[in-house]
Write a protein that binds this ligand. Structure first.
Ligand SMILES: [Zn+2]
Length: 358
């Protein structure tokens, strides 16, 4: 038990920080080592399996000159979500490792087959959603093998994690983030502080994440179920690379670095957030052509007509109505729709009873 605890501490870097105050250590991922005060680039090789092709996971280690926490930032879990990928390039260039305490690990593109294949939701090759197969399998399909290596090389070795998303290439999305509240009180409180430090004002109280580490499903929840504060953020969408969505992520990471005392300066945490409770992805009942009738950020009444689906000659086959009153966080903004896939996402203000007990 004690040996196990020791290896856990070693894996998270906490022992190194606690035991060698004042001296920063080198940090190694997949055989690539960053000395204190340096930034290095590397690639995790995801091996081929039989006729199933392999891929790479490109990453950077920004290893600070002074000791501190390990923070992992992941982009490209969904390959057509571009602002997070571009924000990490900018952050890599702008963060000076000689002025940093602790270590930032950046996963530049988690799902390379989806990025290069311009694919939404699913990985070309196995048609699985990478963010639904965690913690992954070493002998599984390509998405499962990617997830397994992200779990072992990155999540197992970090203390904090942010999975950076946006609306996929078909989703028109207003910014928000997820605050997982069905975890240990210490993790829940730590994530609350990370969320406010990130500075995005719409925060979803998420109490529906699985609690079994062996079936964590989501990337961020793989960290949470291993006792590590983590959150998923959403900024951008519709396959765009707009300045506002990229800058929002840069600002968010700068706020987190200040909060974790990894950098002396940075934006202050948000004082007032809009907390959202009940939320629902509205799925299509039909395959056809989708017309959205409301936009992201609109507030709608229960039963309001928010979209319709036609068949291919133009006849309406489904009226899509709001299941409850709330704010539209994203709407699908392109015509194709397949039965069972998302059309939009709605959430309503959290009630006092929905907040975690202190
Ligand atoms: Zn995503």
């Amino acid at each position: 038990m004690r040996a196990r605890m020791l290896s856990t501490l070693l894996a998270t870097g906490m022992l190194i920080v606690a035991g060698r105050a004042g001296a920063q250590s080198a940090f190694t991922v997949a055989g690539v080592t960053a000395q204190p005060g340096t930034t290095v680039y590397g690639e995790v090789q995801v091996p081929a399996r039989g006729t199933d092709a392999g891929t790479i996971i490109p990453f950077s280690i920004v290893n600070g000159a002074k000791p501190g926490p390990v923070l992992t930032l992941v982009a490209g879990t969904h390959g057509a979500e571009y602002p997070p990928i571009l924000a990490l390039q900018r952050l890599r260039a702008s963060i000076d490792p000689t002025q940093l305490s602790g270590t930032i690990v950046m996963v530049h593109v988690a799902n390379m087959p989806a990025f290069l294949g311009r694919a939404i939701y699913y990985t070309p090759g196995d048609h699985k959603n990478l963010n639904r197969v965690f913690p992954g399998k070493a002998d599984g399909t390509i998405s499962e093998r990617i997830a397994d290596l992200i779990t072992r090389e990155f999540i197992d070795r970090t203390q904090y994690l942010i999975d950076l998303h946006c609306g996929d290439a078909n989703e028109s999305l207003r910014p928000y983030l997820y605050w997982t509240i069905n975890a240990s009180p210490a993790v829940v409180e730590s994530v609350r502080q990370l969320a406010l430090a990130f500075g995005m004002d719409h925060i979803i109280l998420d109490n529906a994440r699985p609690t079994d580490p062996a079936a964590s499903v989501y990337l961020e929840n793989t960290a949470i179920t291993r006792g590590k504060p983590a959150m998923t953020i959403e900024s951008g969408g519709m396959g765009q690379s707009d300045e506002e969505s990229i800058a929002r992520i840069e600002r968010g990471v700068a706020g987190v670095l200040k909060h974790l005392k990894m950098r002396a300066t940075g934006p202050d945490p948000l004082q007032h957030a809009v907390y959202l409770g009940r939320n629902l992805v509205i799925n299509s009942q039909h395959t056809g052509i989708f017309y959205a009738l409301v936009e992201r950020g609109h507030t709608v009444a229960e039963g309001a007509l928010i979209g319709r689906i036609t068949d291919f000659q133009g006849k309406t086959i489904e009226e899509v109505r709001a299941p409850f009153a709330g704010e539209i966080l994203y709407m699908v903004g392109t015509p194709p729709t397949t039965k069972g896939e998302p059309l939009g996402f709605i959430a309503t203000l959290a009630t006092t009873a929905e907040f975690p007990k202190k």
